[in-house]
Structure formats: structure tokens, C-alpha cells
Ligand binder design. Structure first.
Ligand code: AMP
Length: 268
């Protein structure tokens, strides 16, 4: 069953029978009706975007770094430029918690404590999400893999398709600088865009710059929970960098957002 927002389209999407050619045309009446509401200039822009994406090389990338290092800020910028999908296991788990799925209910207590959810659970989520059409040109994994076990499972998942990870971006920053970054963080749940009330505030307080929708402050973005999450990061996630040693680019994440973005671009 498909539980996440990155799920591929349902194969049971209704189709219109094209009687002229007596074969089934892929015209979904619901989608076609909604397209009539989209301005032609927007449709043309979307077509141009898709055509440009066709020319891009595939890239399979992992962003590693402690909570608040900027993974969630950088990933949405980079994924648009390179036509990648952005898969954040934290976001997907929060969606499952919100939807009240069995897995979400189990994960909630672990997440609230700042501990790591089981490897099998997150690998299952990622395996499903990677099949989405918007991952065709590759992906940015944000917050995954967080253990060497997860990294090994990911490698075998990709190897089955003759693929492997191309690049690991390690966003390095001192623990003490993360407190303000994390406690001041606001997130737009729909897109994953993140802001910070101290360093990168939204144009209108509490609202996403692009959609105007409300921003949220995550329940685990408190100082005491951050300390536990940092302990988990240093103990279990730092070894992931050793696992991917030859593919790692380490970037100082204590710099302006634009500076970090341009260094990531050069490292990809
Ligand atoms: P994040 O949004 O990446 O900070 O993740 C929030 C919480 O979700 C973490 O503190 C973990 O409890 C859980 N989580 C997210 N990704 C993973 C993962 N790859 N492995 C285990 N737990 C995860």
C-alpha cells in the first residue's frame, strides 16, 4: 500500500476510451479538466521545464549532517536545479504520524524522544518512494541513511538496478551553533522549505514565502531533544561518512545559504 506523498500515480487512474483508434488513450478526465484551469503560459513553462530535465544526467546524492545544518534548506533549491526528487525520511515519518498509520503511531514515540526509528522501517519507506516518477533523474536523500546498516541496505537496493550513490554531501558544523538554528526553525510542511526566525525569516511572519501557507515549529526542535538527536548523529550517522569515504564532499555549513548552495553545486 502506498502511504507517502511521493507515491507513484495509481495504476488504476481512470482513462478515456478513444473510439476513433479503438485503443485506450492516457487521458485522465479529472487531470484534463484541472488542466483547463491552468494558464497556457504556465503549461508551456512546465513543458519547457520537463524538456530541460530530459537533458540532465542522473544524480544520486545523499545529504549528511546534524539536525539544523541546512540539509532541508539546501535540498529543495538543488533538487529543482538538477530535476531530482527530495526524499526526507523525517518528513515522510511525520506524514505517517499525521495520517495515524500503524507505522506512524509506532514511530511517534521514538521520534519524540529524539531516537532513531528502526532501519527496516525507513529503508521500506525509501524503497517505495524511489519508485516515484519524479525520481527518474535521481534523488537527494535528506536524513537517510542514518546508520551504516541503512547505507548497506540502500546500496543493495540500488545495486539491483545496476546503480549506486554518486555523491555524499557532508554539511559540517559545530554542535553549539545548532541550538539557535534548530530552536528558531520554521518549516513549510508541503514543500519542506525551511526558515529561521533569527537568520532567515519568512517575508511574512509565520507564512511560507511561495504559497503563503502557515509554517510550523517541529515538536522535536527543542534544545533538550536536540542534544539527544546530536548524540544519535555522532554515534550512528558519522560512520556513514566512512562507509562512503571516496564519494564524500565536506562543506563548511556555517556560511551564508547562497555560499553553501554554490559550493554544493560545484561538488555535485
Ligand atoms: P529529521 O526530520 O531528519 O530530523 O528526522 C526527525 C526524526 O525522524 C529523527 O529524530 C528520527 O527519530 C526519525 N528519522 C528520520 N530519518 C530517520 C532515519 N533515516 N533513520 C531512523 N530514524 C529516522
Amino acid at each position: 500500500m502506498c502511504l507517502y506523498k511521493h507515491c507513484p500515480e495509481s495504476p488504476r487512474t481512470p482513462t478515456i476510451r478513444d473510439t476513433t483508434h479503438t485503443k485506450t488513450a492516457l487521458l485522465d478526465p479529472v487531470k484534463m479538466a484541472s488542466l483547463t484551469k491552468v494558464a497556457t503560459s504556465e503549461l508551456v513553462k512546465e513543458l519547457q521545464r520537463r524538456a530541460a530535465c530530459e537533458q540532465k544526467n542522473e544524480r544520486r546524492t545523499i545529504f549528511v549532517g546534524p539536525p539544523g545544518c541546512g540539509k532541508g534548506t539546501q535540498a529543495p533549491i538543488i533538487k529543482d536545479e538538477y530535476c531530482l526528487c527530495h526524499l526526507s525520511t523525517g518528513d515522510m515519518l511525520r506524514d505517517a504520524v499525521k495520517a495515524g498509520t500503524e507505522m506512524g503511531i509506532k514511530a511517534k514515540a521514538i521520534m519524540d524522544a529524539g531516537k532513531l526509528v528502526g532501519d527496516d522501517v525507513v529503508v521500506g519507506i525509501i524503497a517505495e518512494a524511489l519508485t516515484a516518477p519524479d525520481c527518474a533523474k535521481g534523488f537527494i536523500l535528506d536524513g537517510f541513511p542514518r546508520t551504516v546498516g541503512q547505507a548497506k541496505m540502500l546500496d543493495s537496493l540500488l545495486a539491483k538496478e545496476g546503480k549506486s550513490i554518486d555523491r555524499v554531501i557532508n554539511l559540517e558544523i559545530d554542535d553549539e551553533l545548532l541550538v539557535k538554528r534548530v530552536t528558531g526553525r520554521l518549516v513549510h510542511p508541503g514543500s519542506g522549505r525551511s526558515y529561521n526566525i533569527y537568520f532567515n525569516p519568512p517575508k511574512v511572519a509565520g507564512k511560507d514565502d511561495i504559497t503563503g501557507e502557515p509554517l510550523i515549529h517541529r515538536g522535536d526542535d527543542t534544545e533538550d531533544k536536540l542534544r539527544t538527536r546530536l548524540q544519535e548523529f555522532h554515534a550512528k550517522t558519522t560512520p556513514v561518512l566512512e562507509h562512503y569515504k571516496s564519494k564524500v564532499a565536506t562543506i563548511n555549513a556555517d556560511q551564508e545559504i547562497n555560499t553553501v548552495t554554490s559550493i554544493i553545486r560545484k561538488s555535485l
